[in-house]
Design a protein around this ligand. Structure first.
Ligand code: ATP
Length: 596
């Protein structure tokens, strides 16, 4: 008879329960025993999530160990613990494997500077080839990516594409020029699974016509040979004729600006039908959802309201993050995932940024001429705060013999198209523009952005300077400022510092402007002296003559029809000019000479 048998005899009839056992002694034993799951030790250095699960596992192990002790009095105890131990070992191995995977995933996201918020978020992809295996993305689409010259996904593509392929709504923020267009086009093209003649199933909204055109072109390139039909509303008058009841059924994807769509939706009967829309994509979401006078919010709500399908998903993309958009998304989008690449509201770190104090308005012109004299590397984009100032600067630079042109909302669609095309083709070296070109436009290889007029908001600064330094290329941005620009100087200095640039210390400690002051600046740019080198009295005579000529011309013409107006209302700045009679101005390019 061994000790075990003696113990059994002595304790016959005694019932053991958890209460009867000396808990403290038992616990001590469990803790001091070589814990079977060595995970706790191994992952003690892991992140918060890992540690949490370690704690859970340790307590699970503890309770299982307890059970083993109590079952000791049972005759069959030894037999029954065997499979349990095996199962536990398997569970532990599985848990260990999962933890390792999670660790590796977290590390990968950290390296790519991807952060995600949401439940059960899809893992990021490392290569485009993975899309075929995991998400059944057709070979054709993957081949098109290679043809476009995209060998590997950018961080936003790595994470946004699988999330959208999971069928989840998304709010994505990633730096300017980081490939957000492909990030939303690719999953949409996969999800629509070829043409179906059901009418529009995806819609992409952009704030300006130029950006809508650019997205349309990228969509055509990526959807090559998929059979999907994409439509860009260029002219509302044409669209009205085009979208009869049947003809609109043949298109799968619509790309447009909000005003054009709203105009067509408000026709009686409505020219567009959005009841089949599955994907509602908003590029530059913070711009399109901005509240206040001259904003797009009303149009945004109207369009979203027309997308009545229960399977509708929404994806919001921008380089800048605003709290109202995040709040709206959290409140309205089921199963939302939020993705941010890098720091929120940061400038691209591939752009070398400089701030230059120019003293006065005339100092800006001197500084720009100095820049040209020192050698300018085209293409160059120059931002000013208004159409009038764009025209003034153009008149100055054209007489300097600079190969320059100008784009703003007063120019006709044809003129705007021609200018963009010429700039893309390198026929224009310096392009003067307004906020109209500040967002989304992807001119390949812009070497320099000049903020001739200080940006109205830090957000505008990030987008404007993001026209250079795109897709990992280096770029440069110079921002002129005068005493009048001090209110926003502090925030912009911080943006420069945060992206690795150097700024004088005093700028970082300038007084913070009041909220009301910032709001006013965002709404209305400061009054500035005209851009001119000709004495003022000569200019006034010239202006009088010009105005008289314009009056004569206008008398000969009637007002434009409402459809024409809808063509010309891409951005809020333009819509304010709708009330005025259209001015027409043509620019002589006779004096254009290439840069010396
Ligand atoms: N995977 C990729 N590999 C290399 N280049 C890419 C890749 N994806 C996109 N690009 C290129 O990167 C450039 C910028 O892309 P895109 O215009 O989509 O940027 P974005 O993030 O939308 O910028 P913005 O915020 O200014 O609108 C484009 O010229 C595009 O062709």
């Amino acid at each position: 008879m061994d000790a075990h048998d003696i113990f059994k005899k002595l304790t016959r009839g005694v019932y053991f329960s958890r209460k009867n056992v000396n808990n403290n002694a038992l616990k001590k034993e469990v803790i001091e025993a070589p814990v079977q799951n060595d995970l706790a030790a191994e992952f003690s250095q892991s992140d918060e999530e890992g540690n949490d699960s370690d704690v859970e596992q340790a307590s699970e192990a503890e309770s299982e160990e307890d059970t083993a002790k109590f079952s000791y009095i049972n005759d069959d105890a030894t037999k029954s613990t065997e499979p349990k131990k095996k199962k536990k070992k398997l569970n532990d191995l599985e848990a260990k494997r999962k933890l390792l995977e999670q660790e590796e995933l977290n590390h990968f996201r950290n390296v790519q500077r991807i952060s995600v918020t949401g439940k059960r978020v899809a893992d990021p992809i490392r290569t485009f080839d993975e899309l075929g295996e995991k998400y059944k993305v057709p070979d054709k689409l993957v081949e098109n990516l290679a043809v476009c010259g995209y060998p590997l996904p950018t961080p936003i593509q790595m994470q946004a594409v699988p999330i959208m392929l999971q069928g989840r709504s998304l709010m994505a923020c990633a730096p300017t020029g980081s490939g957000k267009t492909v990030a939303f086009l690719l999953p949409v093209l996969r999800d629509l699974k070829g043409p179906q003649r059901k009418g529009f199933r995806a819609m992409i909204l952009a704030p300006t016509r130029e950006l809508a055109q650019q997205i349309y072109r990228e969509c055509l390139r990526l959807s090559e040979k998929t059979g999907l039909k994409i439509h860009l509303i260029n002219k509302v008058s044409q669209a009205e004729q085009k979208f009869g009841e049947k003809s609109s059924k043949k298109y799968d994807i619509l790309v447009s600006t909000p005003n054009r769509i709203c105009y067509l939706l408000s026709r009686d009967p409505p020219v567009l039908d959005f009841s089949q829309i599955e994907w509602f994509i908003v590029d530059e979401a913070d711009k399109l959802m901005e509240e206040g006078a001259n904003s797009f919010k009303e149009q945004f709500d109207q369009i979203l309201g027309a997308c009545t399908s229960s399977s509708r998903k929404v994806a919001l993309f921008s380089a800048t993050y605003t709290v109202p958009v995040a709040k709206w998304a959290i409140r309205n989008l089921k199963g939302l995932v939020r993705v941010t690449v890098g720091e929120r509201n940061a400038a691209t770190d591939t752009v070398q940024q400089d701030l230059l104090f120019v003293g006065s308005e005339s100092g800006k012109l001197l500084a720009f001429r100095d820049l040209v004299r020192g050698g300018l590397q085209p293409p160059v984009l120059v931002f000013v705060q208004s159409k009038d100032r764009a025209k003034q600067l153009f008149s100055e630079l054209i007489y300097d013999g600079i190969n320059v042109d100008v784009i703003h909302a007063d120019r006709t669609q044809k003129q705007r198209d021609n200018v963009v095309k010429a700039f893309r083709e390198g026929k224009i070296w310096v392009l003067i523009c307004t906020e109209l070109m500040g967002r989304g436009i992807d001119f390949k290889g812009v070497n320099l952005v000049v903020n001739y007029d200080f940006p109205p908001t830090p957000i505008s600064y990030i987008h404007r300077i993001g026209r250079t330094g795109r897709a990992g290329r280096p770029g440069r941005a110079i921002t002129y400022f005068t005493q009048d620009d001090t209110p926003n100087l502090r925030s912009i200095a911080h943006i420069i510092k945060n992206s690795g640039g150097k700024v004088p210390d005093f700028m970082l400690t300038l007084k913070k402007p009041k909220k009301s002051e910032r709001k006013n600046l965002a709404k209305r740019a400061p009054e500035r002296e005209d851009i001119l080198t000709v004495p003022k009295f000569q200019m006034k005579r010239k202006e009088k003559l010009k105005k008289m000529e314009e009056l004569k011309k206008r008398k000969g013409k009637g007002e434009k029809g409402s459809a024409d107006k809808a063509e010309n209302v891409d951005d809020p700045v333009i819509s304010t000019t709708m009330k005025k009679k259209p001015k027409k101005k043509t620019f002589s390019k006779k004096n254009k000479k290439p840069l010396a």
